[in-house]
Design a protein around this ligand. Structure first.
Ligand code: NI
Length: 139
């Protein structure tokens, strides 16, 4: 890496051993690579928790036979301060539907949006992933 600055880090032997073991498991070739990823993740996390607009993906699996559930999930999406960019619906089997919802907004707004959808009665499984373009991050 050209223009990279070296600095030293003090760690306990125990912590360093655990770090090295994890780097090995994850296939990192050196400690610096691992530290760079950690710092980037730390910065992304800060971007997500701040006022920047970020992107979130919510996946929901639910039984569409549960009374008024489909309508309720649609209503929640229309009412939210999160801006739904796109959603995809897959009829998995006779009972189950998968919905993938991509939304934009502040991190806190997206998290609340996801929590409400996932916590809706009748939703069997839900996951929320939040990310950013990382435009604020140096390489
Ligand atoms: Ni369906």
């Amino acid at each position: 890496m050209s223009g990279a600055i070296r600095f030293s880090v003090s760690l306990s032997e125990e912590l360093l051993e655990k770090y090295d073991r994890l780097l090995d498991e994850k296939g990192y070739s050196n400690r610096s690579e691992g530290i760079r990823d950690l710092i980037r993740d730390f910065l992304v996390q800060q971007e997500i928790e701040g006022d920047e607009e970020v992107v979130g993906v919510v996946t929901l699996v639910y039984d569409h036979h549960v009374r008024e559930l489909t309508e309720k999930l649609i209503e929640l999406q229309h009412k939210s301060k999160a801006v739904v960019i796109s959603s995809m619906h897959v009829h998995l089997d006779h009972h189950n539907c998968l919905e993938v919802i991509v939304a934009r907004g502040k991190g806190i707004v997206l998290r609340q949006f996801a929590d409400i959808l996932i916590g809706t009665r009748g939703v069997k499984h839900g996951k929320f992933v939040i990310t950013t373009t990382g435009s604020q991050l140096p390489r």
